[in-house]
Design a protein around this ligand. Structure first.
Ligand code: SF4
Ligand code: SF4
Length: 419
């Protein structure tokens, strides 16, 4: 197997290439501009902050970094296209792999179609779809009513959660990736839109509860793939709708900018120890997409209900993580390796350990999602009572009660097939 090495960064001492270091004046402006909205959202940015270069995310490093890339990581990606290596273990048999790969298929069509140009839409570049922008601009008389209408359309297309945040370029990758040679290239903002006019629609896509209950397994990976495919379809549909109203819009999944801070600022949930946004509606069982648009929209408010306080007394995700990749203790501004963003005080996983476990299993893991006490369907009075207690000063009682149930227990994959 040939080992690719990024030509730009073979000797970087940290996750920062000298050309990525953000200008001090720019950082000062960011601190002043976002101090109040960060505090409202529970986001703590320190003086060490630097934007994140996407070539350092684990899924990109798995192609160019010889410390991460291995025969197992290559097989991990290849195995998501064809169910080549079914195993005897339940959850990893041919029908499990087939279902997972079928779940990913639509997302794969979008992300593969421009690979000859080094563009992997939805993961390492914006999704360039949605047709032309109409000449006539739809007149918006009532901003709140108009935003409610757009939410209604997003949910008609299949989104489960909807919010709007202002553009915050701190979370945009300092560089994106040319996937032909895994070099770092400019992460240019679409020139059609003025930065000051741009809003960010954030949508949440709930993963199937019963599939998630079977993590770790390839079968459970279907819950992830299915939502990526839903996301791809929904952002293209909503972008098309907005462009037909006469405004610019660009769809995005994991590409272009970190979605977690946008989801928190758009009021969709709060950041947890397990590195996920924990929502009131689905707990951590949600994936997020975004749309950048110059269509005027009413901004949502962050909604802090007490996840930080709950995670302070809980460590179920960290306790259950097989490679011990999740942290204990309070949030820290701590760079665990080059895949950690610099200068944000938060719980940060050791992504190398986490991805190493995924590669060894040949599929993704979300045990830390499954075991989280907020991972519930919320269709019973008991789940709703848990949530009320968890958001109150009785959170220790809620945690104790959760531990007395078998809610977090893994469901055997064959039981899922038989159900
Ligand atoms: S996904 Fe799995 S390996 Fe990664 S942090 Fe969560 S439990 Fe640990
Ligand atoms: S398992 Fe506990 S500590 Fe981990 S994210 Fe969920 S509530 Fe927070």
């Amino acid at each position: 197997m040939s080992k690719l090495k990024n030509p730009d960064n073979s000797s970087w001492p940290s996750n920062l290439h000298p050309s990525d270091i953000d200008d001090e004046q720019q950082k000062l402006e960011w601190r002043e501009k976002f101090a109040i909205s960060d505090a409202d959202a529970g986001i703590e940015v320190t003086e060490n902050f630097e934007r994140f270069n996407q070539i350092n995310d684990m899924f990109t490093r798995a192609f160019w970094d010889e410390n991460v890339r291995s025969g197992k990581s290559d097989a991990f990606f290849k195995g998501h296209r064809v169910a080549a290596n079914p195993r005897k273990a339940q959850g990893f048999q041919q029908r499990d792999l087939a279902l997972r790969n079928a779940g990913w298929s639509v997302s794969g069509m979008i992300s593969e179609r421009r690979k000859e140009e080094g563009i992997r839409e939805g993961f390492q570049a914006l999704i360039d779809e949605g047709g032309p922008v109409a000449d006539n601009k739809f007149v918006i008389d009532d901003l709140k009513k108009h935003t409610d209408d757009v939410e209604k359309i997003a949910k008609l297309f299949g989104a489960d959660l909807f919010g709007v945040a202002g553009l915050d370029t701190r979370w945009h990758y300092s560089k994106r990736v040319d996937t032909r040679d895994f070099s770092a290239v400019e992460n240019d903002f679409p020139e059609e839109m003025a930065v000051e006019d741009t809003n960010v629609i954030v949508m949440g896509h709930a993963m199937d509860h019963d599939l998630v209950a079977t993590y770790p397994s390839a079968l459970a990976g279907a819950a992830t793939g299915i939502e990526y495919s839903h996301e791809a379809a929904i952002v293209v549909q909503l972008v098309t709708y907005i462009r037909n109203l006469g405004y610019n819009a660009f769809g995005s999944m994991n590409d272009t900018a970190l979605v977690i801070p946008y989801a928190v600022k758009a009021g969709l949930g709060e950041y947890g120890r397990n590195q996920m946004v924990i929502t009131s509606e689905f707990g951590p069982r949600v994936r997020f997409s975004k749309i950048f648009t110059d269509m005027p929209l009413d901004h949502s408010r962050p909604s802090l209900r007490g996840i930080r306080e709950f995670c302070d007394i809980c460590s179920k995700c960290a306790d259950s993580c097989p490679p011990k990749a999740l942290p204990y203790g309070p949030p820290l501004d701590e760079v665990r390796n080059v895949s950690t963003i610099t200068g944000v005080k938060k719980w940060s996983a050791d992504c190398e350990k986490c991805f190493g476990y995924w590669a060894a299993m040949g599929t993704d893991c979300a045990i830390c999602m499954r075991v989280c006490p907020f991972n519930r369907v919320y269709d019973s009075w008991l789940d709703n009572l848990f949530r009320r207690l968890a958001y109150s000063r009785l959170r220790k009682l809620a945690l104790w009660w959760d531990g007395k149930t078998d809610r977090a227990k893994r469901v055997k994959p064959n039981a899922w097939w038989q159900s």
